[in-house]
Write a protein that binds this ligand. Structure first.
Ligand code: FES
Length: 159
């Protein structure tokens, strides 16, 4: 008689323990799956537009790519690192184009060669014209462009 009551007590304890473990596992899996599904949404909310001042519109020469050095913060594990980057501005009247200097072949930095009137990539000989259009070499597409806007004569570039 006594052992039957003990068995029921042990059985209840065992069932309650298993139920708790199953609930904990289900909760853990739910957090992982929920995080994987929701993280792109939350990640997008964290992305912020960064507009950098890139100079005075009136001080830019027409039709001559001008390099602009800028800094942008990025996360590296738990640290925030400031990267130094370069973009080129090309003014044509009241319009300004901002071009990335990353070669579209394998990512080397391109440079404006004023004598040759071309953007040249030192890695595999890729050549672009001043608008970033591919002239020769392996680059598969033009240089990427940034969105720009003029605010009170100041050029702002979204990076
Ligand atoms: Fe520029 Fe290859 S990385 S041509």
């Amino acid at each position: 008689m006594q052992s039957s009551t003990d068995d029921r007590g042990r059985r209840r304890f065992f069932v309650a323990t298993l139920t708790t473990i199953h609930a904990a596992i289900a909760g853990f899996i739910g957090v992982i799956i929920g995080g994987a599904v929701a993280s792109p949404v939350f990640g997008r909310e964290r992305e912020q537009e960064t507009w950098i001042p890139a100079g005075d519109l009136n001080s830019l020469p027409d039709n001559e790519p001008i390099p602009v050095l800028y800094r942008v913060a990025r996360e590296d594990g738990y640290r925030e690192i400031m990267d130094r980057r370069v973009l080129y501005l090309l003014k044509n009247g009241d319009e300004v184009t901002a071009m990335d200097t990353t070669c579209t072949h394998l990512g080397c930095p391109v440079r404006w060669d004023a004598d040759a009137k071309a953007m040249k990539c030192p890695c595999h000989g890729g050549v672009y014209d001043k608008t970033g259009t591919v002239v020769s070499g392996p680059p598969p597409k033009p240089l990427a462009r940034f969105t720009t806007r003029i605010d009170g004569g100041q050029i702002l570039v979204r990076v």
